[in-house]
Design a protein around this ligand. Sequence first.
Ligand code: RUB
Length: 303
Amino acid sequence: SEMDIIKETYEKIKNMEIRGAGRIGRAAAKALKEYALKISHLNEEEFKNKMREAGNILISARPTAVSLPNVVKYVLKGLNEENPKERVIERADEFINSSLKAIENIGKFGANRIKDGDTILTHCNSEAAISVIKTAYDEGKDIKVFCTETRPRNQGYLTAKTLYDYGIDVTLIVDSAVRYFIKEIDIVVVGADAITANGCLVNKIGTSQIALIANESRVPFLTAAETYKFHPKTIVGELIEIEERSPEEVAVFEDKYKGIKIRNPAFDVTPAKYIDAIITEVGLIPPQGAWYIIEKYFGWLEK
Ligand code: RUB
């Protein structure tokens, strides 16, 4: 049916075939665009209702990465403009293009913080953080990168392979080895699933203990976050839901041990005080500047 593209994208995001906040956002924009093209024969009222319904389905795929509701809202804003059918398609393309451009700018700004000879630590698999690392490398800086495995889904393997393919000196470590190696690390750069109004970072589970370790060792901790990773509703006091995924991702025991409880939160919250800077496509900001970004890019008290 016409809805297939929405359902398929929903499934791929839910089962993490498509993952990482930026990729999730672009996949949702692309699905909305393709769906809009498929249902463009409907009358305007029906078209709008169907598009809103599709948006809600996509948003329900994963709860934490704010890129998902932010992009759906961005695209569907076109429904309230003249020529809504064309506008949603244009806005989907606008988002995709500007999000790719944002990654490029984040790379340039972030690379200014990487010095020749630096060893960088990253966690999980973030396009934005990888852009910073690749750009520093492209500038001719002699860099090394440590990647954590990122249990339970091991997204760190993806990062290690991507950087290795690019020609960068990469070392893979288990998540619990961060403190053991911190004295070899000059700077930490991670991505973001969401940034709150008070400058906290929501990112892959384990990020906050890395920030704590970096802070204790006076190693700068930076997060690379496009402006659409900022969470507008946190400005009115809304909290971000931390996704808890299936226990099977962590361990599967024989029946005798089924009573062992397993918890599997996918993300955690890093307090603003452990973050040296947030690298956005409009520049580096202190975590205290998060409120300003939300106010400027999402409008005060967004509905
Ligand atoms: C991915 C993750 C990434 C952010 C940012 O978690 O925590 O650090 O999404 O990624 P998951 P990007 O694998 O559970 O989706 O910079 O690519 O948007």
